[in-house]
Design a protein around this ligand. Sequence first.
Ligand SMILES: *Cc1c(COP(=O)(O)O)cnc(C)c1O
Length: 402
Amino acid sequence: MQPKDLLSLSEQFGSPLYVYDAQKIESQYTRLTSAFSKVNSLRINYAVKALSNISILRLFKNIGAGLDTVSIQEVQLGLHAGFEAEKIIYTPNGVSFEEIEEAAQLGVQINIDNLSVLEHFGTKHPKVPVCIRINPHVMAGGNSNISVGHIDSKFGISIHQMPHILRIVENTGMHINGIHMHTGSDILDIEVFLYAAEILFDAAKNFRELDFLDFGSGFKVPYKKGDIQTDIEELGKKLSKRFNAFEKEYGRALTLAFEPGKFLVSEAGFFLAKVNVVKQTTSTVFAGIDSGFNHLIRPMLYGSQHHIENISNLKGKERFYTVVGYICETDTFANNRRIHEINEGDILCFHNAGAYCFSMSSNYNSRFKPAEVLWYKGKGILIRERETLEDLLKNQVAIDIE
Ligand SMILES: *Cc1c(COP(=O)(O)O)cnc(C)c1O
């Protein structure tokens, strides 16, 4: 997508606006499948929570992906978008037993990450095949909020509890058809990933009827120049080789599964916002936009640095700005950032706005959520309307107060 395309979309659909480039999503998907082309059976389950618009889900259906879901509502959205239940894996953490049963009823692949749930589920539904989420205790990644593999993590069943898992499986007669790990959303190092994979292979040997091994996700994408990113091609080469060797040793056809969110959609997304005010203070120049952390919370929540481009003045002189939102508390998108000279009314473009941006947005300060547009075959298609006052009032009950 060119900056001029984005600028014209902001004129056509207004701001703030999320735009997703379908072609970029497809090329990331192809990059991943090509990297693992030597594996006989590969399955990519897109992690819905990254960006859950049903048109995005349909795009993934069209290119042959499955879905990774973490709530019953995501399962329902996937089914609504036209996915067959068999193409959906459900990997909840800390949800009610009833919700897991509901998902099983809908026919999706269940992934269990708790011993007591495993025992309860296996006792009640011994015929439903279940995948087990293992915690291999491999620390991967920089951000402690999204690193989930450490010893005290609430995710997965500890690899050290394998004897307990096996006892439950034997006692209940349940059928384990998959083994899973997801070590967190910030893997820096391929060697760390491969090390965790070895732990998963070892765990897999305990089960005779596996259909798939799921290596989760955690692929890192670059946010700014010089950022480290996961070398997918290198990982593909090394892990495919190990996987194929393991499959032979295991003596049964296995599917290699992944469930990326960020890798598939982060770079395809752009967030466009208009500069309401430029404000000089004693120490800095603020550019205040018509949005805030209600629409894009990652900088405030994770300290993530989204590249910001002034698409209204691409040739302007570069100056230093602190880009802030309109929320009535600290609401900073970028500190002391070099950006082409900003005038009031300019459109700023935030890069890497595909993953965990709209899906984490809220109505804080009673603001409307932005519209979403899919850039598809050279055209901008509205895939979510901007909210209106009716949306804010929709579920509220006004009582008479005397
Ligand atoms: C969030 C999540 C993912 C996706 O992680 P990314 O870093 O966005 O690729 C995959 N699997 C599970 C179980 C998750 O919770």
